[in-house]
Ligand binder design. Structure first.
Ligand code: NAD
Length: 422
């Protein structure tokens, strides 16, 4: 029987995730007996977050923390602040974290959190109050050995610092390991800020090599120029690619000779978005999907590559920096059109991999150099992708289904070995 508290559609995030699980069932053998476990989050917490605004009025926000699976270790996954956040979206994001963590073989389950809020409408003080109250409310289920949040859309190192401080105040001891993505002098890790973008680049570089696509001179289009999109764009530019288009919530900019990614980052920092960037021309939002490019990096939100857009894309390689950017129907169209998709559940796993390094460093109170971190990240991502590629070749399935096959086998084997309690 399906869950009573969500009503997924074929295109909604949880609906997309369920159909991804259905596609992998034929490859799970006897472990398929346990597959229903993957269709039910272990625990979903909905919290009310009341705060007093600067003008003296009281505002309430709805917050969530979902622990999809704790079978292989503590929950791990980011916290998103966005006006469209829903329980269903957080469930899907937490489930994709279970798959991602297992796909790169990190000793974590999957979790995710979020608050339904437009943080741009809040002052810094209000943002801090909301973050602290949210942390206190979900403090029932998070902790360095229970569930470890991290940054996601519209959250950053400062917000992680407030979360760490609030949790530490409530428990009576400084607990740096309760969140990752913290500032460096609070137990953060070198390389964490750019880790997700770096992972997108590493998996993209490997995939491009395997399909004979030269990154030098390749044209790249990036949707989302935040933490993930900007870091990935910078590394592709350093690798000799031309980042010809960038789109974010504020607009789209295009330059056929390549945007200067460093100047564009400075512009975004100063103005809040890519719109108005002098080093490129403005473009209508929908035209982004027709841009002449070999590599497309969706690095914003879910469901951006719709079936209609999938039929038009020029790219040969899609690198899913964002979580869930491609709907199931669009996925099939891309496969028919021979467009290779490196799926989110491996492509953007660089962030959680360095979060894992941060958590390990916090426990040992021994910190690594940036070179060590980047080298270890590279090794894990290259190894994980190679294994997934072999599975895809062996079964003649997409990289997405192969990633799910590798991950689900690990999660369900652990589930079977643990058995059912009581
Ligand atoms: P961010 O807040 O730093 O950036 C988000 C970007 O998306 C911004 O440039 C924003 O303008 C853009 N955007 C928002 N709405 C848009 C719209 N309607 N159209 C076009 N662009 C829009 O967030 P981030 O951390 O870079 O996360 C981006 C994606 O990557 C999300 O799907 C997130 O879940 C995923 N992700 C992030 C991490 C991480 O470590 N931060 C790790 C794995 C996956």
């Amino acid at each position: 029987m399906s869950l009573s508290y969500v009503h997924p559609t074929s295109d909604s995030p949880w609906g997309t995730y369920l159909s991804q699980i259905d596609r992998v069932l034929p490859y799970l053998g006897p472990l398929a007996r346990w597959a229903e476990t993957l269709k039910r989050p272990k625990r979903s917490l909905i919290v009310d977050i009341p705060i007093e605004l600067d003008n003296g009025s009281i505002a309430h926000f709805e917050g969530y923390r979902v622990q999809h699976s704790l079978t292989r270790g503590p929950g791990k996954g980011g916290v998103r602040y966005h006006p469209d956040v829903t329980l269903e979206e957080v469930m899907a994001l937490s489930a994709w974290m279970s798959i991602k963590n297992a796909a790169v073989n990190l000793p974590f389950g999957g979790a995710k959190g979020g608050i339904r809020v437009d943080p741009k409408q809040l002052s810094l003080k209000e943002l801090e109050k909301m973050t602290r109250r949210y942390t206190s409310e979900i403090g029932l289920i998070i902790g360095p050995q229970q569930d470890i949040p991290a940054p996601d859309v519209n959250t950053n190192g400062q917000i992680m610092a407030w979360m760490m401080d609030t949790y530490s105040m409530n428990t009576g001891a400084t607990a740096t390991g309760v969140v990752t993505g913290k500032p460096l002098h609070l137990g953060g890790s070198l390389g964490r800020v750019k880790a997700t973008g770096r992972g997108v680049f590493v998996t993209g570089r490997e995939a491009a090599r395997r399909i004979g696509l030269d990154i030098g001179g390749a044209k790249v289009a990036v949707q989302g120029f935040g933490n993930v999109g900007a870091s990935a764009a910078e590394l592709f530019a350093q690798g000799g690619a031309l980042v010809v288009a960038a789109q974010d919530h504020s607009g789209t900019v295009f330059n056929g000779h390549g945007l200067d990614t460093a100047s564009l980052q400075a512009h975004v920092k100063a103005t809040g978005g890519v719109a108005g960037f002098a080093g490129g021309e403005a473009m209508a939002g929908e035209d982004f999907w027709d841009v002449d490019c070999q590599i497309l990096i969706p690095a914003a939100l879910e469901n951006q590559i719709t079936a209609a857009r999938a039929s038009r894309l020029k790219a040969k390689l899609v690198l899913e920096g964002a979580n869930g950017p491609t709907g199931s129907a669009a996925d099939d169209i891309l496969a028919e059109r021979d467009v290779l998709v490196v799926p989110d559940v491996i492509c953007n796993a660089g962030g959680v991999t360095v979060s894992y390094f941060e958590w390990v460093q916090d426990f040992s109170s021994f910190f690594w150099t940036e070179d060590e971190i980047n080298a270890r990240l590279d090794k894990i991502m290259v190894g994980a992708l190679a294994h997934i590629w072999d599975v895809a070749d062996r079964h003649r399935i997409s990289l997405r289904t192969a990633t799910f096959a590798v991950a689900c086998e690990r999660i369900l084997t652990a589930r079977q070995e643990r058995g059912l309690y009581p």
